[in-house]
Design a binder for this molecule. Structure first.
Ligand code: SF4
Length: 731
């Protein structure tokens, strides 16, 4: 397959029409997309009270294939009872992520008990009795609660509150497997862990660094902002081991000029080795220092720790930088010179930065690089982690973290007189390990595919299958369901965001909180997440094993307005939350956007962190450095299309490899090979000649390639290294 010359555009429009027809017609899709609900897919954020397909700047129409794909999945018919006998677990295990997603909407609770060959439908009462009986008979710290970014702030707040009053802090979210390094890294520098900019800031920037991110595939409507930077004579410097076609020229369907002629996006492409990011960023800092372009006045007025960083970068020889980055000194210096001449720069990044063992260090260095030119604390400049799921940021904001922020803990205990546990909570990987060792026995997942999100999938399956009880609240089937079989395993079908009977809220990556109206259910059977949590908590409360639960009337907690009121009282910056109830007013979270250089630290200064170049393992053919990637037809672990048209890959069982590396191994395009990684091997994969990748590096699709990866974590954020593993390729 060829890569398209202008990804997006007409082919996206045709796709939208095709999918709409499948989902019941253009009218049905249009009505669903225009409803006053937050887009269900990525954290760029659309919709809410401004109406569907409207972005935070008020621009309409803003939608993309991803949003259509997610909507189409929710418009599927219900899975019938007979499905479960016709599709025993062995058969479900053979299905691909795409095939499972396409089975239809989950409509009945189903249970698997060890020894059985199938999931079996059960009543809601039976399902909730089984779960509450088990929770009542389990020590709270022998359980864990995992949250995906699909759910609402209200459901997430309620479930984490239940978990803590039940008695455990084993509360964590999917961010531990994606952007936790961004939160930890930025917080350590400026005392706030999210984007420092709003969407409009992108319109004022004359330079955007886009690092380890592919918004053409994963956050398509960000492409409008990048197009505008270029139209305003600004530059977009893309740093990525793959020269992505969608970042060269992109055709934005809702912009006539762009639709017809395409829009240039990247002004420069820098292709470091996978894992060479810290060396490259250090090189840019060194370049700035050598051309006296560091704003020393800003550093001394508004930061601490710059001396140490400058010292270590001064001591860093260019040869090391060039060797590890894989980029020539002159190229790095020219990027530094462009940065030196910029008035307003935004640093944007995604999992190409965070999915490394040194992910937090890289984020800290990005923040330091911005501070070296005074690029945090003014309009049109700042930091922009490109977050994944539509409400992943909100879930973390409302308390879904193993350690509650002091302010939240104090507010819950003092304003509501709640008795919260003080034991240290476990992060996501720690829960997997605790499941393996038998330390935890019950897992409860509010959405997501915990199994599929893990590295070392054989281990992940064993870990989750070691549990006595695993519960997942889901809208559709995913690989986690047949591959994580605890002694007793329940799947609870839930309503999608735009089917909720009550209003719910979501937070975008720009710290904007939207309100979703909900809507009528499309199929009978699924329940609202809030209703399930309140019902379950009430049942556990009646067991009288967790007295702290008595502080709340749980049967009355299925009330999203009451939950918003509580969130407004306990979550810092969310004081406007309760106003949503009276006026439906959406709001920008206080204290997170920095248009003046006063930061959320006790001194008000940013704390630049010391730096150490990570050691990169030597790598020579037939060993290659691997990055796991996502395709244009995919969202997180959910796969909507097997082919990746933006990269010209016909299927997902492939390894993308530079033609020079194919020659060095005497391989031919399409040949079947084996890939061996630190935790497993994948035979019969097809090698694809892909000249867009930096030689010496290969790319494979997440989550299929996760089986190869071991459980190496970034020690600071506990995020697994989904990128940078050495793999061996042979016939
Ligand atoms: S870019 Fe993200 S928020 Fe916007 S329409 Fe696409 S999936 Fe939805």
């Amino acid at each position: 397959m060829q890569t398209p010359k202008k990804p997006g555009g007409w082919s996206s429009i045709r796709y939208v029409f095709r999918q709409s027809r499948k989902a019941g017609g253009i009218g049905t899709m249009w009505k669903a997309m225009r409803s006053k609900n937050t887009c269900k897919t990525c954290a760029v954020g659309m919709g809410g009270q401004k109406g569907g397909m409207v972005n935070e700047s008020g621009h309409f129409p803003e939608f993309c294939k991803k949003s259509i794909q997610a909507m189409q999945a929710d418009l599927q018919p219900a899975i019938e009872s007979s499905f479960w006998t016709e599709n025993p677990i062995d058969k479900l295990r053979q299905a691909s992520p795409r095939e499972l997603e396409a089975c239809g909407r989950l409509s009945q609770p189903v249970v698997y008990t060890r020894g059985s060959k199938t999931f079996t439908p059960v009543s809601w009462d039976d399902a909730l009795t089984r779960i509450s009986d088990k929770l009542g008979a389990t020590l709270p710290d022998e359980s864990f609660f995992y949250f995906s970014g699909r759910s609402s702030n209200e459901a997430a707040f309620l479930l984490q509150l239940f978990a803590r009053l039940y008695g455990t802090n084993n509360v964590n979210n999917c961010s531990f497997y994606c952007h936790q390094a961004s939160g930890v890294g930025i917080s350590s520098v400026i005392g706030s862990g999210t984007a420092t900019v709003v969407l409009e800031d992108l319109d004022k920037a004359d330079l955007v660094f886009l690092i380890g991110a592919n918004p053409a595939s994963n956050h398509p409507r960000l492409m409008r902002s990048l197009m505008n930077v270029r139209r305003n004579d600004g530059d977009v410097i893309v740093i990525n081991p793959i020269r992505e076609a969608g970042l060269e020229t992109f055709s934005i369907p809702s912009d006539p000029r762009s639709l017809l002629f395409g829009s240039p996006i990247a002004s420069d492409f820098i292709q470091p080795h996978i894992g060479g990011d810290v060396a490259l960023l250090s090189g840019i800092a060194k370049g700035l220092m050598e051309m006296d372009a560091v704003d020393l006045g800003f550093l001394s007025r508004h930061t601490t720790g710059s001396d140490k960083l400058i010292e270590s970068i001064t001591a860093m020889p260019w040869e090391h930088i060039v060797r590890d980055a894989g980029v020539a000194q002159a190229e790095i210096e020219s990027i530094a010179a462009r940065y030196a001449s910029s008035e307003n720069t935004i640093f944007a990044w995604a999992m190409g930065i965070t999915h490394h063992q040194h992910g937090t260090v890289a984020v800290q260095l990005i923040a330091a690089l911005a501070l070296m030119r005074g690029m945090i604390g003014k309009k049109g400049s700042g930091l922009m982690p490109i977050r994944g799921h539509s409400n992943v940021q909100g879930i973390g904001s409302v308390g879904v973290t193993p350690v509650l922020k002091d302010a939240i803990f104090t507010a819950l205990t003092e304003k509501y007189d709640l008795d919260l546990p003080s034991t240290p909570g476990l992060d996501t990987m720690a829960c997997m390990e605790a499941a393996t060792s038998g330390q935890v026995k019950v897992g409860f997942c509010l959405g997501g595919n915990l199994y599929g999100s893990n590295p070392d999938l054989v281990y992940a399956s064993k870990a989750l299958s070691s549990l006595d009880l695993l519960v997942t609240m889901s809208t559709t089937l995913n690989t986690g369901h047949p591959w994580s079989l605890a002694e007793e395993t329940l799947i609870l079908p839930v309503l999608a965001r735009d089917e909720e009977p009550q209003k719910t809220s979501q937070e975008s990556m720009f710290n904007y909180v939207r309100l979703s109206d909900g809507g009528p259910p499309r199929i009978g059977g699924p329940r609202s997440e809030m209703a399930i949590i309140a019902d379950l908590a009430s049942r556990v409360q009646q067991k009288e094993t967790s007295p702290a639960l008595n502080a709340l009337n749980w049967s009355a907690m299925n009330d999203s307005a009451a939950i918003r009121e509580m969130i407004g009282h306990v979550i810092p910056g969310w004081e406007s939350m309760h106003k949503m109830n009276a006026s439906s007013a959406e709001f920008q979270i206080e204290g997170r956007t920095f248009h003046t250089p006063t930061f959320n630290t006790t001194s008000g200064k940013a704390h630049i962190q010391p730096l150490a170049l990570p050691e990169l393992a030597e790598c020579q053919s037939p060993h290659f450095r691997l990055m796991t990637i996502r395709s244009e037809g995919q969202f997180n672990t959910v796969v909507y299309e097997d082919e990746d048209i933006f990269r010209g890959a016909p299927s997902r069982d492939v390894v993308l490899m530079h033609p020079a590396d194919l020659s060095s191994l005497q391989l031919t395009e399409g040949q079947r090979i084996t890939v061996e990684g630190p935790a497993g091997r994948l035979p019969f994969f097809q090698v694809i000649s892909f000249e867009r990748i930096k030689p010496g590096n290969v790319a494979m699709y997440f989550p299929e390639a996760n089986v190869l990866l071991d459980r190496r974590l970034d020690p600071l954020s506990k995020t697994p290294a989904f990128k940078g593993a050495l793999v061996k390729i042979y016939v």
